[in-house]
Design a protein. Structure first.
Length: 396
């Protein structure tokens, strides 16, 4: 399959800024409590060994070797695209970039659990989910280059535009899910957010409304443990997934570096939603391998040994080990994928650099349906301001 066809691919029906402020003092982390570890849903160990689970095995028991290779391919290409975006930002081609490095399994596993009819409300880091929903990476980068307001039609992909305001998309998702329930539609809604956003009042309000109205929504929290520079133990005294209990719906913690577990748990949660059983909180326990965004320096607040420990749990290395051990992939497959990965990087880089500048006056369009005198006045002032630069260049 070519890279171009991958970007346009619709999701498979079945694959069988956060809160906190940047600080200057690095924080000493404590290891998770043993009780929390016991609740972690895992189907693939960090070494790639398949382990059984009595509740969630059935959601992936019919997964084929081809689908496993597809999940691996999704993660590899998403990581390559993410790395290219980071490089482009460093070269001055993008204004900002929020990397997903280390969180590929959480996003690809949950993204491939969705049906076409399901609706997604992302934050600004869900590049892997965008990939699963058929959003072209080049279009996605247009927003970070400042040449468009998103680059895709949300209705075409059932994937809403990125949300920069922390946690607000959970309210949008809950309201949309309440509408879905009233319409009697056989679909579900999923809202993505991070551990930092879980401390926002919008998220608590979303939980309340979703529970009271039994909304068919899955709250998918990627707990990468660091908000911006604030560790989770500075935000909560219990594991994040347990917060759902206080609102009256189930919460579950899944190994966010295990793509199979993320796929299975998300399928279960979506099934509950479609069956009228209401909301679920899924906490994907993972790790942000890089900076919060390209404007952040994580070495100022966390230690290298922590990252090294999580590199041993890398989601891509984990699935690769499983594929090799089960004889589901050979070196030819990996070599072909590497070539496809490089082709994707080149295509994205060339597409970004070829993007035309936006129309400077487009910001004034569609503010009001029938126009407005104040907007007309602002447009005229902006036009005069732009013309002043031409006057200077012309020596006037």
């Amino acid at each position: 399959m070519t890279v171009e066809s991958t970007a346009a691919r619709r999701p498979r029906r079945s694959a069988g800024s956060k809160a906190g402020t940047t600080g200057t003092k690095r924080t000493t982390r404590t290891t998770p409590k043993k009780g929390a570890d016991a609740d972690l849903i895992q189907l693939l160990t960090p070494e790639g060994e398949r382990v059984a689970h009595p509740e969630y095995d059935r959601y992936v028991e019919d997964i084929t070797p081809d689908e496993l290779r597809g999940l691996y391919r999704d993660m590899v290409l998403t990581r390559r695209f993410d790395a290219e975006a980071t490089s482009l930002q460093r070269q001055g081609e993008l204004g900002l970039w929020a990397s997903l490095l280390g969180q590929e399994a959480a996003q690809i596993g949950s993204g491939r659990a969705l049906n076409d009819e399901d609706y997604v409300f992302p934050t600004y880091r869900e590049h892997g989910v965008a990939w699963c929903r058929g959003v072209d990476p080049a279009n996605l980068l247009g927003m970070f280059r400042g040449v468009n307001n998103g680059g895709w039609d949300p209705a075409s992909n059932n994937f809403h535009l990125y949300t920069i305001v922390i946690g607000s998309q959970t309210l949008h998702a809950t309201g949309y899910a309440m509408g879905v329930a009233k319409d009697g539609a056989d679909s579900a809604v999923i809202a993505y957010f991070g551990d930092g956003a879980s401390s926002q009042g919008d998220v608590a309000e979303s939980f309340t409304f979703a529970a009271v109205y039994n909304a068919p929504v899955v709250f998918f929290c990627q707990n990468n443990q660091w908000a911006i520079s604030e560790p989770t133990e500075k935000q909560m005294r219990v594991p994040l997934y347990q917060r759902a209990q206080g609102f009256g719906f189930p919460g579950v913690r899944v190994d966010g570096n295990d793509v199979l577990a993320c796929l299975a748990v998300t399928k279960w949660a979506l099934e509950r939603a479609r069956n009228g059983e209401g909301p679920t909180l899924v906490e994907a326990f993972t790790y942000r391998m890089g900076a919060h965004t390209t404007s952040d320096d994580p070495t100022r607040y966390r230690h290298d040994d922590e990252r090294a420990a999580w590199e041993a749990k890398d989601p891509i290395i984990r699935l690769r080990a499983h594929l090799l051990a089960a004889h589901h992939a050979d070196e030819g497959f990996f070599a072909e994928l590497e070539a496809e990965s490089e082709a994707l990087g080149r295509r994205v880089r060339e597409a970004v650099r070829a993007m035309p500048d936006p129309d400077q006056f487009a910001i004034f369009e569609n503010v009001y349906a029938d126009g407005h005198a104040l907007v007309d006045e602002e447009r005229a002032r902006f036009a005069a301001y732009q013309a002043s630069f031409a006057d200077v260049e012309g020596g006037k």
